[in-house]
Design a protein around this ligand. Structure first.
Ligand code: IPD
Ligand code: CA
Ligand code: CA
Length: 257
């Protein structure tokens, strides 16, 4: 199954890279003027689902563009066919494909492919995480002031920017640096690879996080909600770190000013 997920991610990722600058239709998702979708997101998703269905016609799917295809199987593929659509529409080369498999509600494998860097991140439950076949580990940075963090902003930010800006401002003065890359799946993989030390985001979807969270955990990192409670890909809040700065980040996220 990991091989199938890998092949599907590589194929879709190469298609995305080839399609930069060739987008014909950009739509805004209903009620969200910042949330874009292109025909390339949809085509990538069709390619991935078709490939997996050929082998596993009775599995369930939860995919960003076509929603949930439920057959009451124990197996559910959770797919983001293009994570980083805003970057993609501008030709900004940070985007990827994310594919995960849940078995009876537990994510057991995840692959994320970045076609621009030709980097394939992958993990299987209990077997560690790899980047292009080589094992990866989270960083060993233990002080927030020496940490490089990443975050993302929801498409609905205009409805309630204050809380998001409060977190952002508080981390700005407590961390070494903050980045905003525009692809939650890659943010997670960068934490797993030790390139970034922590990632927080307030409003994600299962397809943004399913593969990346497993990759972080299998690389030795930690994933909870903002208060430090065990989380799930179906809850929106995500705090993922190298484990060492986790408590400190929870403290910052808990500040009321
Ligand atoms: C988005 C990206 C972005 C994050 C948003 C996501 P999309 O996914 O991961 O980094 O901040 O919350 O929705 O729409 O490009 O697949
Ligand atoms: Ca996404
Ligand atoms: Ca997407």
């Amino acid at each position: 199954m990991i091989q199938l997920a890998t092949e599907a991610a590589l194929e879709a990722g190469r298609f995305l890279k080839m399609s930069v600058g060739k987008i014909k239709h950009i739509e805004r998702k209903q009620g969200q003027e910042l949330n874009l979708v292109t025909e390339i997101d949809k085509k990538s998703e069709e390619m991935i689902i078709r490939k997996i269905k050929q082998r596993y016609p009775h599995h369930d799917f939860l995919a960003e563009e076509s929603g949930s295809h439920e057959k009451q199987s124990d197996y559910k593929w959770v797919i983001d066919p293009l994570d980083g659509t805003t970057n993609f529409t501008h030709g900004f080369p940070i985007f990827c494909v994310s594919i995960a498999l849940e078995v009876k509600g537990e994510v057991v494998l995840g692959v994320v492919y970045d076609p621009n860097a030709d980097e394939l991140y992958s993990a299987e439950k209990g077997k560690g995480a790899t980047l292009n076949g080589k094992p990866i580990r989270v960083s060993t940075v233990s002080k927030l002031i020496e940490s490089i963090l990443v975050t993302g902003f929801p498409y609905t930010i205009k409805d309630n920017p204050d809380e998001i800006m409060r977190h952002f401002k508080n981390f700005l003065v407590e961390a070494q640096a903050i980045r905003r890359l525009g692809s939650a799946a890659l943010d997670l993989c960068y934490v797993a690879a030790g390139r970034l030390d922590g990632f927080w985001e307030a409003s994600l979807h299962p397809w943004d996080m399913a593969a990346g969270v497993l990759i972080v955990e299998e690389a030795g990192g930690k994933f909870t909600d903002f208060r430090g409670f065990p989380s799930s890909i179906y809850k929106k809040q995500l705090l993922a770190t190298n484990g060492l700065i986790h408590e400190h980040m929870i403290g910052v996220l808990g500040k009321s000013k």
